[in-house]
Ligand binder design. Structure first.
Ligand code: NAD
Length: 316
């Protein structure tokens, strides 16, 4: 366990802090899963285990931003059976409630998490996730993303969460003339946003998708779909694919259909995210130390290609 923790922490440092990973996500995930199995078997978790913390530290030179609401990691699974087990777990936690649970499904964008603070309708701060509590202030860098609104109609204080991304076609164009080609779209976006010089960020022509309002004043939401409508009404860039389902079996049917469609998407994704639609149910389920109990990332099995940029759709 000690060896695994040390290795994973070293890989995380390269990935989160330097935006320069030395192993594939698939390799990282396999070691991480081995650690989870050992922790369960021994009922022991080392204090610096990556299973109990949201990865990421603040880079030197950046100001810090304390998030108004914490940012989380996501629990993960790879098979429909695991999704069904999660659905059963959720119902058990809700005291075997027989009420049907509505789910929503979205793409899991693979870029850099953004937390955008608006006050009086103005974008006043933008931050990375960092350790989930404190992130790096990257307001000037985020302002170079043209799809992110600098002003919005809503005037109370809110924090909007999303993902900063570099389009795969944009990356291809960029690499045609770049003196040093960028390895992949995830590191290209993360490296650009965590660059102290916003001029460098601007050259990467980044984009973004927003998917949550993490902190809000003066408004209440009953469902995730209401949050998505709020984001759309305030002109945030929202993915066209956000879909609601009446039960987990419908989610599983959809996963098989959407898998092919995702391959034509111009942004890097590393799976899908399934979330419970009701905010009240989310509140009842709460969080572990690392992730919400009301959401699950579904990762597809490896179709890994990292050498040919034009083929990189999944980075597993
Ligand atoms: P995560 O996989 O737990 O997912 C959480 C993140 O998903 C959020 O911060 C958010 O930014 C993003 N996200 C994208 N679309 C979303 C949506 N629709 N709704 C909600 N969130 C959405 O993130 P993590 O903990 O940063 O990453 C863990 C993964 O990172 C690992 O599974 C591994 O694959 C990879 N990793 C790789 C290395 C490496 O060396 N290759 C090292 C560390 C981590």
């Amino acid at each position: 366990m000690r060896k695994l923790v040390d290795k994973l922490n070293e890989y995380s440092y390269r990935y989160y802090v330097l935006d320069d990973p030395i192993v594939s996500d698939k390799e990282y995930d396999e070691l991480y899963d081995q650690l989870v199995v050992l922790e369960k078997k021994t009922n022991t978790v080392l204090p610096d285990s990556p299973t109990i913390r949201v990865g990421g530290e603040v880079l030197k030179g950046f100001t810090t931003h304390e998030h108004l609401a914490p940012l989380w990691s996501l629990d993960k699974c790879k098979t429909p059976e695991e999704l069904i087990s999660w659905d059963i777990r959720v119902k058990r936690l809700l005291q075997n409630s027989l009420l049907p649970i509505e789910y929503v499904m979205e793409f899991k964008f693979d870029g850099l998490t953004l937390n955008l603070t608006y006050e009086g309708g103005q974008l006043v701060q933008a931050a990375t996730r960092g350790n989930g509590i404190v992130g790096e202030g990257i307001l000037e860098q985020v302002k170079t993303i043209k799809s992110i609104p600098l002003t919005i109609p809503y005037k109370e204080k809110i924090e909007v969460q999303g993902e900063g991304l570099m389009g795969l076609s944009v990356l291809q164009e960029y690499n045609k003339i770049a003196p040093e080609p960028l390895k992949n779209a995830r590191n290209a976006a993360a490296g650009a946003l965590r660059n102290l010089d916003p001029k460098v960020t601007a050259t990467r022509k980044l984009d973004a998708f927003c998917y949550n309002v993490g902190y809000y004043e003066g408004i209440e939401f009953n469902t995730h779909m209401e949050i998505i409508d709020f984001l759309k009404n305030n002109r945030f860039p929202v993915s066209k694919y956000v879909k609601k389902f009446d039960n987990i079996n419908e989610v599983i049917d959809e996963i098989n259909k959407i898998k092919e469609e995702l391959k034509n998407f111009d942004f890097l994704t590393d799976g899908l995210v399934i979330k419970i639609n009701s905010i009240e149910t989310r509140r009842q389920l709460g969080y572990t130390q690392k992730f919400p109990r009301w959401a699950m990332a579904f990762k597809f099995e490896a179709e890994e290609v990292t050498t040919q940029l034009k083929d990189v759709i999944w980075q597993v």
